[in-house]
Design a protein around this ligand. Structure first.
Ligand code: DX5
Ligand code: ZN
Length: 219
């Protein structure tokens, strides 16, 4: 999985038509998606349930796109090996969910996949600063995790900016990803603030023309 310094778009499968997953994935792949964002929810860390490693391995068999796996679960260290085995290329867990962050990052990397940390809207950027050197990605949530189709929280913008400063100040290649409520308008705000990877569910999968949706997000 390439983490070269370009702006990437990761459509979130959560907004797809799950009765037609094969075509939905093909549609965004053809449209030029860079990664596929997979939202894993356990009904404990967030009040919603989605899917687990079994479905991820089915998705793996449908696409060569890098699988960007966003774990919104209470025990990421326990389940990470199963997602790696299922074909996830990047595993992102929530800092609010774990006791030992350093150990969780080490365990994920030990599986041969990239490691990311996510923070909820109310968690300050400071919570990830001690780990930047060992992370491939930081995911800043711009909605409360749990559901697609919510409204972008502008409080995410200054968080992106201060994370950008910290990463550039230390000369790191850690990517900044933003997730929740991204449309062409909010994409511009987060891009100007210095984001590297944009997650977009509703604005890509609910569009009649995903290629046009992607180019609007990149514009
Ligand atoms: C929310 C998920 C997001 C969500 C984004 O918990 O992490 O990835 O699917 O959906 P939109 O783009 O519709 O806000
Ligand atoms: Zn997500």
């Amino acid at each position: 999985m390439s983490l070269a310094r370009t702006r990437l778009i990761a459509p979130s499968l959560l907004a797809a038509d799950f009765a037609d997953l094969r075509n939905e994935i093909f549609r965004v792949e053809k449209a030029g998606a860079d990664w596929l964002h997979l939202d894993v929810m356990d009904g404990h860390f967030v009040p919603n349930l989605t899917f687990g490693p079994f479905i991820v391995s089915a998705i793996r068999s449908l696409t060569p796109l890098p699988l960007d796996t966003h774990l919104m679960i209470t025990d990421p260290a326990f389940y990470a090996p199963r997602f790696a085995e299922a074909g996830s290329n990047l595993i992102t867990f929530h800092v609010e969910a774990v006791q030992d962050v350093v150990r969780t990052i080490r365990e994920i990397k030990g599986l041969g996949v990239k490691a990311g940390i996510s923070i909820k809207p109310a968690t300050p950027v400071d919570a990830v600063l001690p780990y930047l050197e060992s992370l491939d990605l930081v995911l800043l949530m711009s909605v409360e995790p749990g559901f697609g189709g919510q409204k972008f929280m502008p409080e995410a913008v200054p968080k992106i900016r201060s994370l950008r400063e910290a990463i550039d100040g230390r000369n790191l290649t850690t990517k900044i990803q933003v997730d929740g409520g991204i449309n062409p308008e909010t994409a511009k705000l987060v891009r100007d603030a210095g984001v590297d990877v944009i997650v977009a569910g509703t604005s890509v999968f609910r569009s009649k023309d995903p290629a046009a949706a992607l180019s609007q997000l990149r514009a």
